[in-house]
Design a binder for this molecule. Sequence first.
Ligand SMILES: [Zn+2]
Length: 350
Amino acid sequence: MTTSDSKKNTGPLVAGVDLGGTAVNSTLLDSAGTFLISGLCEHPARSVEGPTICLQQIVDGLHEAVTKAGRNREEIAAIGLDTPGPATADGVFSSRGSTNFVHPDWAGFDIRGGLEKILGVPVHYLNDGNAAAVWGHTTIFGNQPNKTSVSAIIGTGLGGGIIHKGTVVAGSRGFGGELGHVLIPTESLTAMLPELAGYTAHCNCGRDGDLESLCSLTAIRTNLLPHYLQKHSDHPLASLDPAKAAIQVRGLAAGGDDMCQSIFQAQARALGLFFDQMINVFDPDALIIGGGAIETEETFQDWFVTEVRKGMPSQREEQISIPIKIMPNGDTAGARGAAIEAQRTLVSKP
Ligand SMILES: [Zn+2]
Protein backbone atom coordinates (compact mmCIF):
# COMPACT_ATOMS: atom_id res chain seq x y z
CA MET A 1 0.00 0.00 0.00
CA THR A 2 2.84 2.39 0.74
CA THR A 3 6.43 2.89 -0.25
CA SER A 4 7.30 1.30 3.10
CA ASP A 5 7.10 -2.28 1.77
CA SER A 6 10.76 -2.27 0.84
CA LYS A 7 11.69 -1.02 4.33
CA LYS A 8 10.11 -3.79 6.38
CA ASN A 9 13.47 -4.95 7.68
CA THR A 10 14.03 -1.73 9.57
CA GLY A 11 10.38 -1.04 10.30
CA PRO A 12 8.71 1.97 8.76
CA LEU A 13 8.71 5.29 10.57
CA VAL A 14 5.70 7.56 10.85
CA ALA A 15 6.21 11.29 11.17
CA GLY A 16 3.89 13.55 13.13
CA VAL A 17 3.64 17.16 11.99
CA ASP A 18 1.84 19.74 14.12
CA LEU A 19 1.47 22.92 12.08
CA GLY A 20 0.49 26.10 13.89
CA GLY A 21 0.41 29.65 12.57
CA THR A 22 3.98 30.43 13.64
CA ALA A 23 5.77 27.11 14.18
CA VAL A 24 5.79 23.55 12.91
CA ASN A 25 6.58 20.81 15.43
CA SER A 26 7.72 17.41 14.13
CA THR A 27 8.19 14.02 15.71
CA LEU A 28 8.98 10.45 14.59
CA LEU A 29 7.30 7.24 15.70
CA ASP A 30 8.87 3.84 15.04
CA SER A 31 7.04 0.59 14.39
CA ALA A 32 7.48 -0.48 18.04
CA GLY A 33 5.50 2.56 19.17
CA THR A 34 8.49 4.56 20.43
CA PHE A 35 8.86 8.28 19.81
CA LEU A 36 12.38 9.02 18.56
CA ILE A 37 12.23 12.74 19.46
CA SER A 38 12.12 13.35 23.21
CA GLY A 39 10.81 16.93 23.28
CA LEU A 40 9.89 19.53 20.70
CA CYS A 41 11.55 19.66 17.28
CA GLU A 42 10.31 23.08 16.30
CA HIS A 43 10.85 24.98 13.05
CA PRO A 44 9.40 28.33 11.86
CA ALA A 45 6.15 27.78 9.92
CA ARG A 46 6.16 31.06 7.88
CA SER A 47 2.46 30.48 7.22
CA VAL A 48 1.84 34.21 6.62
CA GLU A 49 3.90 33.81 3.41
CA GLY A 50 1.42 31.28 2.01
CA PRO A 51 1.23 27.53 1.35
CA THR A 52 4.22 27.10 -1.01
CA ILE A 53 6.75 28.45 1.48
CA CYS A 54 5.01 26.89 4.47
CA LEU A 55 5.00 23.39 2.91
CA GLN A 56 8.74 23.73 2.31
CA GLN A 57 9.12 24.70 5.99
CA ILE A 58 7.35 21.45 6.91
CA VAL A 59 9.76 19.48 4.72
CA ASP A 60 12.73 21.28 6.28
CA GLY A 61 11.31 20.62 9.76
CA LEU A 62 11.03 16.90 8.96
CA HIS A 63 14.62 16.90 7.74
CA GLU A 64 15.66 18.36 11.10
CA ALA A 65 13.68 15.67 12.92
CA VAL A 66 15.20 12.73 11.03
CA THR A 67 18.70 14.23 11.46
CA LYS A 68 18.07 14.64 15.19
CA ALA A 69 16.95 11.00 15.41
CA GLY A 70 19.83 9.71 13.26
CA ARG A 71 17.46 8.28 10.64
CA ASN A 72 16.74 8.88 6.93
CA ARG A 73 13.76 10.60 5.38
CA GLU A 74 13.32 7.60 3.05
CA GLU A 75 12.34 5.55 6.13
CA ILE A 76 9.20 7.64 6.63
CA ALA A 77 6.27 5.56 5.36
CA ALA A 78 3.45 7.88 6.34
CA ILE A 79 2.75 11.26 7.89
CA GLY A 80 0.20 12.41 10.40
CA LEU A 81 -0.55 16.12 9.98
CA ASP A 82 -2.59 18.35 12.27
CA THR A 83 -3.44 22.04 12.03
CA PRO A 84 -5.88 24.48 13.58
CA GLY A 85 -9.05 24.81 11.51
CA PRO A 86 -11.46 25.49 10.15
CA ALA A 87 -10.77 22.72 7.66
CA THR A 88 -12.65 19.72 6.31
CA ALA A 89 -12.07 16.27 7.83
CA ASP A 90 -9.63 15.68 4.95
CA GLY A 91 -7.56 18.85 5.49
CA VAL A 92 -9.02 21.38 3.03
CA PHE A 93 -9.00 24.83 4.64
CA SER A 94 -12.16 26.89 4.68
CA SER A 95 -12.58 29.13 1.67
CA ARG A 96 -13.44 31.90 4.16
CA GLY A 97 -9.94 31.81 5.63
CA SER A 98 -8.61 31.05 9.06
CA THR A 99 -7.17 33.02 11.98
CA ASN A 100 -3.91 31.08 11.80
CA PHE A 101 -3.56 30.97 8.01
CA VAL A 102 -4.19 34.49 6.76
CA HIS A 103 -2.41 34.51 3.37
CA PRO A 104 -5.11 34.51 0.63
CA ASP A 105 -3.66 31.37 -1.01
CA TRP A 106 -4.66 29.34 2.07
CA ALA A 107 -8.38 29.83 1.34
CA GLY A 108 -9.70 26.46 0.14
CA PHE A 109 -6.17 24.99 0.11
CA ASP A 110 -5.83 21.19 0.42
CA ILE A 111 -2.92 20.96 2.85
CA ARG A 112 -3.13 17.18 3.25
CA GLY A 113 -3.04 16.59 -0.50
CA GLY A 114 -0.38 19.28 -0.98
CA LEU A 115 2.01 17.69 1.51
CA GLU A 116 1.35 14.19 0.15
CA LYS A 117 2.25 15.41 -3.35
CA ILE A 118 5.57 16.92 -2.24
CA LEU A 119 6.71 14.05 -0.03
CA GLY A 120 5.30 11.10 -2.00
CA VAL A 121 4.00 9.27 1.09
CA PRO A 122 0.44 9.02 2.44
CA VAL A 123 -0.62 11.85 4.75
CA HIS A 124 -3.41 11.51 7.31
CA TYR A 125 -5.06 14.73 8.56
CA LEU A 126 -6.60 15.67 11.91
CA ASN A 127 -7.53 19.02 13.38
CA ASP A 128 -5.22 20.04 16.26
CA GLY A 129 -7.73 19.39 19.03
CA ASN A 130 -8.48 15.88 17.78
CA ALA A 131 -4.75 15.10 17.42
CA ALA A 132 -4.10 16.18 21.02
CA ALA A 133 -7.07 14.07 22.13
CA VAL A 134 -5.53 11.00 20.44
CA TRP A 135 -2.31 11.61 22.36
CA GLY A 136 -4.14 12.08 25.68
CA HIS A 137 -6.25 8.96 25.09
CA THR A 138 -3.21 6.86 24.17
CA THR A 139 -1.21 7.94 27.24
CA ILE A 140 -4.00 6.54 29.41
CA PHE A 141 -5.25 3.53 27.46
CA GLY A 142 -2.35 2.60 25.18
CA ASN A 143 -3.66 0.42 22.38
CA GLN A 144 -6.56 -0.99 24.36
CA PRO A 145 -9.56 -1.16 22.04
CA ASN A 146 -13.06 -0.04 22.92
CA LYS A 147 -12.10 2.77 25.29
CA THR A 148 -13.85 6.13 25.15
CA SER A 149 -12.47 9.47 26.34
CA VAL A 150 -13.29 13.16 26.10
CA SER A 151 -10.35 15.61 26.09
CA ALA A 152 -10.63 19.36 26.68
CA ILE A 153 -7.53 21.37 25.72
CA ILE A 154 -7.42 24.78 27.44
CA GLY A 155 -5.25 27.16 25.41
CA THR A 156 -5.84 30.44 23.61
CA GLY A 157 -9.20 28.91 22.74
CA LEU A 158 -10.72 25.64 23.90
CA GLY A 159 -10.16 22.70 21.59
CA GLY A 160 -10.52 19.05 22.20
CA GLY A 161 -11.68 15.79 20.90
CA ILE A 162 -13.65 12.65 21.52
CA ILE A 163 -12.27 9.17 21.04
CA HIS A 164 -15.19 6.76 20.93
CA LYS A 165 -14.24 3.10 21.33
CA GLY A 166 -10.76 3.84 20.00
CA THR A 167 -11.93 5.93 17.02
CA VAL A 168 -11.63 9.70 16.63
CA VAL A 169 -14.99 11.41 16.22
CA ALA A 170 -13.87 13.76 13.43
CA GLY A 171 -17.39 14.41 12.20
CA SER A 172 -18.75 14.40 8.67
CA ARG A 173 -17.43 17.92 7.94
CA GLY A 174 -14.37 17.98 10.20
CA PHE A 175 -16.03 19.71 13.14
CA GLY A 176 -16.39 16.72 15.48
CA GLY A 177 -15.01 17.50 18.92
CA GLU A 178 -15.41 21.31 18.64
CA LEU A 179 -16.02 21.25 22.36
CA GLY A 180 -15.36 24.94 22.94
CA HIS A 181 -18.62 25.97 21.34
CA VAL A 182 -20.93 23.80 23.43
CA LEU A 183 -23.18 26.01 25.54
CA ILE A 184 -22.82 25.94 29.32
CA PRO A 185 -25.85 26.48 31.58
CA THR A 186 -24.84 29.83 33.08
CA GLU A 187 -27.60 29.77 35.69
CA SER A 188 -26.02 26.63 37.15
CA LEU A 189 -22.64 28.37 37.17
CA THR A 190 -23.86 31.54 38.89
CA ALA A 191 -25.77 29.43 41.43
CA MET A 192 -22.39 27.97 42.43
CA LEU A 193 -20.41 31.21 42.07
CA PRO A 194 -22.65 34.23 42.81
CA GLU A 195 -19.80 36.66 41.99
CA LEU A 196 -20.30 35.70 38.32
CA ALA A 197 -23.75 37.34 38.30
CA GLY A 198 -23.84 39.88 35.48
CA TYR A 199 -20.97 38.18 33.67
CA THR A 200 -21.13 38.49 29.90
CA ALA A 201 -19.46 35.63 28.05
CA HIS A 202 -19.04 36.38 24.36
CA CYS A 203 -17.22 33.97 22.05
CA ASN A 204 -15.67 34.70 18.65
CA CYS A 205 -17.98 32.09 17.14
CA GLY A 206 -20.98 34.32 17.89
CA ARG A 207 -22.38 32.32 20.81
CA ASP A 208 -22.74 33.69 24.31
CA GLY A 209 -21.92 31.43 27.22
CA ASP A 210 -20.18 28.54 25.48
CA LEU A 211 -17.25 26.68 27.05
CA GLU A 212 -14.56 28.69 25.24
CA SER A 213 -16.10 31.96 26.47
CA LEU A 214 -15.67 30.71 30.03
CA CYS A 215 -12.62 28.46 29.93
CA SER A 216 -9.68 29.65 27.77
CA LEU A 217 -6.97 32.30 27.75
CA THR A 218 -9.21 34.39 25.49
CA ALA A 219 -12.03 34.06 28.05
CA ILE A 220 -9.69 35.37 30.76
CA ARG A 221 -8.56 38.32 28.64
CA THR A 222 -11.87 39.44 27.20
CA ASN A 223 -14.46 38.25 29.74
CA LEU A 224 -13.29 36.96 33.12
CA LEU A 225 -10.50 39.40 34.00
CA PRO A 226 -12.52 42.53 33.14
CA HIS A 227 -15.45 41.14 35.17
CA TYR A 228 -13.38 40.41 38.28
CA LEU A 229 -11.37 43.64 38.02
CA GLN A 230 -14.64 45.61 38.31
CA LYS A 231 -14.77 44.38 41.91
CA HIS A 232 -11.00 44.42 42.50
CA SER A 233 -10.00 47.71 40.90
CA ASP A 234 -6.96 48.00 43.20
CA HIS A 235 -5.54 44.65 41.96
CA PRO A 236 -2.03 44.95 40.41
CA LEU A 237 -3.30 43.45 37.11
CA ALA A 238 -5.72 46.40 36.71
CA SER A 239 -2.91 48.67 35.53
CA LEU A 240 -1.61 46.28 32.85
CA ASP A 241 -2.52 45.82 29.19
CA PRO A 242 -5.28 43.11 29.18
CA ALA A 243 -3.26 40.67 27.01
CA LYS A 244 -0.23 40.93 29.32
CA ALA A 245 -2.40 40.72 32.42
CA ALA A 246 -4.26 37.62 31.18
CA ILE A 247 -1.13 35.49 30.82
CA GLN A 248 -0.17 36.29 34.43
CA VAL A 249 -3.42 35.01 35.93
CA ARG A 250 -2.42 31.33 36.07
CA GLY A 251 0.89 32.00 37.84
CA LEU A 252 -0.75 34.34 40.33
CA ALA A 253 -3.53 31.81 40.97
CA ALA A 254 -0.96 29.09 41.65
CA GLY A 255 0.78 31.50 44.03
CA GLY A 256 -2.40 32.01 46.06
CA ASP A 257 -3.81 35.29 44.67
CA ASP A 258 -7.51 35.30 45.63
CA MET A 259 -8.91 37.02 42.53
CA CYS A 260 -6.86 34.91 40.11
CA GLN A 261 -7.88 31.74 41.95
CA SER A 262 -11.51 32.81 41.58
CA ILE A 263 -10.97 33.17 37.82
CA PHE A 264 -9.54 29.65 37.57
CA GLN A 265 -12.29 28.36 39.85
CA ALA A 266 -14.88 29.78 37.43
CA GLN A 267 -13.12 28.07 34.51
CA ALA A 268 -12.94 24.76 36.39
CA ARG A 269 -16.60 24.83 37.43
CA ALA A 270 -17.65 25.60 33.83
CA LEU A 271 -15.54 22.66 32.65
CA GLY A 272 -17.24 20.49 35.29
CA LEU A 273 -20.66 21.40 33.92
CA PHE A 274 -19.41 20.58 30.42
CA PHE A 275 -17.93 17.22 31.49
CA ASP A 276 -21.28 16.35 33.07
CA GLN A 277 -22.89 16.79 29.64
CA MET A 278 -20.24 14.55 28.09
CA ILE A 279 -20.81 11.87 30.74
CA ASN A 280 -24.48 11.81 29.85
CA VAL A 281 -23.77 11.66 26.11
CA PHE A 282 -20.82 9.25 25.94
CA ASP A 283 -20.51 7.49 29.33
CA PRO A 284 -16.71 7.70 28.81
CA ASP A 285 -13.90 5.73 30.44
CA ALA A 286 -11.97 8.94 31.17
CA LEU A 287 -12.14 12.72 30.98
CA ILE A 288 -8.85 14.42 30.10
CA ILE A 289 -7.68 18.03 30.57
CA GLY A 290 -4.74 19.38 28.56
CA GLY A 291 -3.29 22.64 27.32
CA GLY A 292 -1.10 25.46 28.54
CA ALA A 293 -3.47 26.45 31.33
CA ILE A 294 -2.66 23.35 33.36
CA GLU A 295 1.01 22.86 32.33
CA THR A 296 1.99 23.73 35.88
CA GLU A 297 2.71 22.38 39.35
CA GLU A 298 0.95 19.18 40.40
CA THR A 299 -0.61 20.84 43.45
CA PHE A 300 -2.32 23.38 41.20
CA GLN A 301 -3.43 20.63 38.80
CA ASP A 302 -4.91 18.67 41.71
CA TRP A 303 -6.75 21.75 42.99
CA PHE A 304 -8.08 22.46 39.49
CA VAL A 305 -9.36 18.88 39.04
CA THR A 306 -11.05 19.07 42.45
CA GLU A 307 -12.79 22.28 41.36
CA VAL A 308 -13.87 20.64 38.09
CA ARG A 309 -15.47 17.84 40.14
CA LYS A 310 -17.22 20.41 42.35
CA GLY A 311 -18.71 21.89 39.19
CA MET A 312 -20.30 18.58 38.20
CA PRO A 313 -23.82 17.75 39.36
CA SER A 314 -24.17 14.47 41.28
CA GLN A 315 -23.44 11.45 39.14
CA ARG A 316 -25.11 8.06 39.03
CA GLU A 317 -23.42 5.59 41.35
CA GLU A 318 -22.01 3.70 38.34
CA GLN A 319 -20.36 6.85 36.94
CA ILE A 320 -18.92 8.46 40.09
CA SER A 321 -15.50 6.91 39.52
CA ILE A 322 -14.95 8.12 35.93
CA PRO A 323 -11.41 9.52 36.24
CA ILE A 324 -10.38 13.08 35.34
CA LYS A 325 -6.77 13.00 34.10
CA ILE A 326 -4.23 15.66 33.18
CA MET A 327 -2.69 15.18 29.72
CA PRO A 328 1.12 14.76 29.96
CA ASN A 329 3.65 16.42 27.61
CA GLY A 330 0.96 18.73 26.28
CA ASP A 331 3.32 20.74 24.05
CA THR A 332 4.07 17.63 21.99
CA ALA A 333 0.47 16.36 22.00
CA GLY A 334 -0.54 17.45 18.49
CA ALA A 335 2.45 15.99 16.64
CA ARG A 336 2.41 12.78 18.67
CA GLY A 337 -1.35 12.28 18.34
CA ALA A 338 -1.20 12.90 14.59
CA ALA A 339 1.62 10.33 14.25
CA ILE A 340 -0.24 7.72 16.31
CA GLU A 341 -3.39 8.14 14.23
CA ALA A 342 -1.45 7.96 10.95
CA GLN A 343 0.25 4.77 12.09
CA ARG A 344 -3.12 3.25 12.97
CA THR A 345 -4.88 4.26 9.79
CA LEU A 346 -2.15 4.17 7.15
CA VAL A 347 0.53 1.73 8.26
CA SER A 348 -1.13 -0.83 10.55
CA LYS A 349 -4.09 -1.57 8.31
CA PRO A 350 -4.32 -5.27 7.44
ZN1 LIG B 1 -17.72 29.72 20.69
